[in-house]
Every structure is written in structure tokens, then in C-alpha cells.
Write a protein that binds this ligand. Structure first.
Ligand SMILES: Nc1ncnc2c1ncn2[C@@H]1O[C@H](COP(=O)(O)OP(=O)(O)OP(=O)(O)O)[C@@H](O)[C@H]1O
Ligand SMILES: [Mg+2]
Length: 530
């Protein structure tokens, strides 16, 4: 079959991979363009973690306490009311718990399920496992840690990672070990980490599974070992033997076997399909707890709860909603829920919105007026501002703002595409004759394709003298990066899997593009039909 694609077969095969890393407009640039933020909140990089043993940490937990439980709330209340608000919505700030100190806002069901798993099995001295799955930002880690912290914080006594916890009217000696599998270089290291925590040994010795299983079975150390394997996905992609072994121990109810409550947390969506069936095929049946994406209502409740905390911190009216208009909160919640339901996005949107309103307000009033603003008097984030910030975060309908972060070649390709689409629109209804399979002539309606666009670009966009003409490979790279940042949509190819025949369309309206290039004669020429 003759290929009419623009790329070599090898390049086309790699195309999918090539698309993702090509970010033309960095988040950072975009944030600054929209909000003037110099350093927007960032997700901590996974994989760079350092495992700090809990025994080293002991009870010296340094946590920001943003709860609204009984008692006085000691906080640093210096800075503007906006800074105070922003501190609550900063990524990485302690997530808020309900009055019971263990349940996250909007995660009651999940907390109850996990608590019942732990307590039922502890009461019976049963080994068991639970597999917690769900997309990113649904509170899997935060809820699990919150519940375990609640047990350990209320323990009668503690020795390293071993706690005397009171459950169902009796005291159990329990070890609690939390392992972030992202920080584990080789699966076998998990044995050593667990052993080190339980035995309080600082020796970096090699350890086989048999030694660990004996330690886990040793009732003189503790009655039950609760082991959390967070970011389990990281181990599933490597040697799965270690995981199978741990899940096998946790499903073994024989006397004298390891005493293990295993909590595996995974965020890859397809892990449930890949890993769980393999466990079940091996007669290992962990309980399954799915954390669903936050709904709009739940997201709203998380935001509202943080604002109530703010009122509590400053002694304000708990019924009033400070700093953000209710409709703006609703819009943010709906946008996040309709996207991925990742609560981190909601925190980011509110944080950025507060940043913008803070700067705007500061520029309008004197310093002393600014300093004397209260939660009641401070201008509030409105729906328009949240809409703008949502657009910057989700990368849609940002027209000129998005364009301002592109270089000239990218803008040129976008303008060429807009012009090409206009040409095609004009010739809508026109029929062209193409050669069909088997060599017979076939009549086909004109449509925008990657091949067609490149041909249009080379014929109609005459910028050779000024900045040269892009070679096909370069052109495709730029097109792919425009797609990655949401300005262009490239459909999947035809049955021939020919990338050149993939339909291509501009995701920014022609009107927005025209506005965005109004100060550039060259681009105006490229976008204007001749
Ligand atoms: N219900 C909630 N209320 C307040 N903050 C929350 C809530 N749920 C999650 N968060 C916060 O959102 C962030 C992400 O939560 P968490 O790390 O638990 O998500 P996750 O499901 O484990 O995501 P990943 O799959 O990426 O590991 C954390 O900073 C956490 O404190
Ligand atoms: Mg997590």
C-alpha cells in the first residue's frame, strides 16, 4: 500500500509519544499570562520522595492543623485576609477533617468502609487486604493517612511504630507502616523497609521474604501489622512477585502465619483491570474500595468547609461566606467535577483566584486601607474571575491569552490552519475526484487533513524570506505541540492509519485568533484569505 503520510512509518509509530512532552506554553507561562502569578502552586513531583522512617519521626509530626474541631485554633493570622485564605487552598496544606478528626470532608462513606475493614479484622485477629483504587486527587492517600493517624494519635502508648490502640473495647498492639512505593527503587526493598519499621532496626541489611514473614508472625512484637503500600502502581510495573507475596500473606488465616492487614493504594485507572484479576486468579481476594472523582456538590463542600475554617480562625460569622461569591464557588466546583473530579484542581483555582483579587485590590487602595481589610469588607472573587482562571487551568477558550505564550512559528501554523479552514468552508459542497482503492475514481467531499494543511501552508504561506519554510517534520512537531496544549484537534486517521489523512481543526475561534494577531501584520496576512 502506498503511504501518503507526512512521516516515516517509524515516526508515525512514535507520534503518540512525541505529542505529550511537547509543551509549547508552559503552565507557568500561562499562569503568569493570566494571573500575573510568579510562582503558582505546583504538584509535588512524585518519585523524588525520600523514605524517612517513622521511627525516626516518632510522634514529632509537623502538620498544619486546619481542623474545625473543638478548642482554640492556634494559627499565624498575620498578613492580609487574602494570604490567610490562600494558605488554606495551597496544595500540600493539611486537608480538613470533620469534627471526628478522622473523616475527610465528602469522604464519609470511604472512611467508614476503611475503618470497618480495619476494626472487623483486628477484632478477629484476621489477616486481610484491601485494594483502594481511584483517579488522582480523590483523597485516597489523605483519607487513609487521616484514619491511621487518628488511631495512632489516640493510642494509649507508643514504642516506635508499635501502638497500643483501643478497638472494640480491647487494646491491641499494632504496628503501622506506611510505604510510598514511588520512593522504592526495587520491589524487594519493601521487605527491608517494613522490617526496619517494625523491628526498629536502623541496619541497612538485605532481607528475604522468609525473615520478614517470621517477624510479621511474631506475636511478641505485636498483634497485628498494618502496612500501607501507597502508589502501588509503581511496583506493579516491576517484579510483581513481592506484591503477590504480601497479598498472599494477608489472605492467609493459618495459625502462626504472618499477621498482616495490607492496604494497597493505586491511582492508575487501568490497574484494577490488570492487577486485581491476577490476584483473584491466585485465590487472593482483597476487599475493594473505589474512590470516585469528587462530584460538584462534594467539591463545593470541600471549598465551603475551608472558608468556614477561615471564619473560625478569625472569629468571623460562620454563616457568612468570605472572599468568594457563592456562584463563583459553584462554577469552580462544576468545572472541576466535569473535568476529572481532582480536588487539587479546585484548590488551585481558588488559590489563583484569591491571588488575582488580592493583587487587583492592592492596586486600587492605599496600603493602610489594604491592611485594614476584613473578611467582610474584602472584595470577593466573582464568577468572571473564576471562569478566567478555570480556562487557564483547563486550557480551553483562552484565545489570545494562550496565543501570547506561543512563538511566531506556532502562531503562523495556527493562522495557516484558520485560513485553510476558511478556504475549505468556501469550497464547501464542492466535490473533488480522488483515486479510490482499486484505482477507480471516487468522488469525495473536501475536508481538512494534516496533509492538506501542510500543502496549503507551503503554497499559500509565503514567509520564506522572513523566517524560512518549515520542513514537514518540523511542521508536524509544531502541530502536535499545538494539539498538546489544546489549540488544535487532530482526529485519529482513516482506516489506513495514515497520520497525513487525519482530520485537523483549529480549537480557537477565528474571531479570537484575529483579535490575538491584530498587532502583527505578518500573521494577519497569513490568516486573511487572499
Ligand atoms: N476531602 C478533602 N478535603 C480537603 N482536602 C482534600 C480532600 N481530599 C483530598 N484533599 C487534598 O487534595 C490533595 C490530593 O489528595 P490525595 O493525595 O489524597 O489524592 P490521591 O487520591 O491519593 O491522589 P493520587 O492518586 O495522585 O495519589 C491532598 O493535598 C489532600 O490533602
Ligand atoms: Mg495518593
Amino acid at each position: 500500500m502506498k503511504r501518503i503520510g507526512l512521516l516515516s512509518p517509524e515516526s508515525e509509530r512514535k507520534r503518540h509519544h512525541a505529542r505529550k512532552p511537547l509543551e509549547v506554553v508552559s503552565d507557568d507561562q500561562l499562569n503568569r499570562a493570566i494571573t500575573g502569578l510568579a510562582s503558582p502552586p505546583v504538584t509535588p513531583e512524585k518519585g523524588n520522595g525520600v523514605h524517612v522512617s517513622q521511627s525516626e519521626l516518632g510522634k514529632a509530626k509537623r502538620r498544619l492543623d486546619f481542623t474545625i474541631a473543638e478548642g482554640t485554633v492556634e494559627r499565624n493570622t498575620t498578613g492580609s485576609v487574602y494570604s490567610l485564605g490562600k494558605s488554606l487552598f495551597l496544595r500540600g496544606s493539611e486537608c480538613d477533617k470533620m469534627d471526628d478528626q478522622k473523616t475527610l470532608v465528602s469522604r464519609q462513606q470511604e472512611c467508614d468502609h476503611l475503618q470497618s475493614f480495619i476494626e472487623t479484622n483486628l477484632a478477629k485477629n484476621n489477616s486481610a487486604s484491601i485494594y483502594i483504587s481511584g483517579p488522582p486527587g480523590t483523597g485516597k492517600t489523605a483519607q487513609t493517612m487521616s484514619l491511621l493517624d487518628w488511631y495512632t494519635d489516640n493510642a494509649k502508648s507508643q514504642r516506635g511504630s508499635i501502638y497500643d490502640v483501643q478497638i472494640a473495647g480491647r487494646i491491641s498492639r499494632v504496628s503501622v507502616v506506611k510505604v510510598n512505593c514511588m520512593a522504592v527503587a526495587r520491589p524487594e526493598d519493601v521487605y527491608r523497609i517494613i522490617h526496619r519499621e517494625i523491628s526498629q532496626s536502623s541496619k541497612r541489611q538485605k532481607l528475604d521474604s522468609e525473615t520478614l514473614s517470621k517477624v510479621l508472625a511474631d506475636k511478641s512484637i505485636c498483634d497485628m501489622n498494618i502496612v500501607v503500600l501507597d502508589e502501588l502502581d509503581n511496583l506493579v510495573n516491576k517484579n510483581q512477585q513481592v506484591l503477590f507475596e504480601l497479598f498472599t500473606w494477608a489472605s492467609n488465616h493459618q495459625q502462626g502465619g504472618p499477621n498482616l492487614l495490607l492496604i494497597g493504594i493505586a491511582n492508575a485507572l487501568d490497574l484494577t483491570d490488570r492487577f486485581l484479576p491476577r490476584l483473584k486468579n491466585n485465590q487472593i481476594n482483597p476487599e475493594v474500595l473505589a474512590f470516585m472523582p469528587y462530584t460538584a456538590e462534594q467539591t463545593k463542600e470541600v471549598i465551603m468547609n475551608k472558608l468556614r475554617i477561615l471564619q473560625k480562625m478569625t472569629g468571623g460569622d460562620l454563616d457568612a461566606i468570605p472572599l468568594i461569591q457563592p456562584v463563583a464557588i459553584t462554577l469552580c466546583s462544576k468545572k472541576v467535577a466535569s473535568n476529572t473530579g481532582d480536588i487539587r484542581k479546585a484548590l488551585d483555582i481558588i488559590h489563583r483566584s484569591l491571588d488575582v483579587i488580592e493583587e487587583t485590590t492592592r492596586s486600587k487602595v492605599t496600603q493602610s486601607e489594604f491592611d485594614s481589610l476584613t473578611l467582610e469588607s474584602a472584595p470577593k472573587v466573582n464568577i468572571g474571575l473564576v471562569a478566567k482562571v478555570c480556562n487557564s487551568i483547563f486550557g480551553v477558550n483562552v484565545g489570545s491569552t494562550k496565543l501570547s505564550g506561543y512563538n511566531l512559528q506556532h502562531k503562523l501554523v495556527l493562522c495557516a490552519l484558520a485560513n485553510y479552514e476558511s478556504h475549505l468552508l468556501e469550497s464547501k459542497g464542492k466535490i473533488t475526484t480522488v483515486t479510490g482503492s482499486g484505482g477507480s475514481p471516487r468522488r469525495k467531499r473536501l475536508s481538512s487533513t494534516v496533509n492538506g494543511l501542510y500543502e496549503f501552508y507551503t503554497k499559500h504561506v509565503n514567509t520564506d524570506k522572513l523566517m524560512g519554510t518549515l520542513k514537514r517534520g518540523e511542521f508536524i512537531e509544531i502541530l502536535n505541540s499545538l494539539e498538546s496544549s489544546g489549540s488544535v484537534t487532530i482526529g485519529s486517521g482513516t482506516q489506513t492509519l495514515d497520520y497525513g489523512q487525519s482530520p485537523v481543526s483549529c480549537s480557537i475561534s477565528r474571531k479570537e485568533l484575529l483579535e490575538a494577531v491584530s498587532d502583527n501584520a505578518l500573521l494577519q496576512k497569513v490568516i486573511t484569505k487572499d
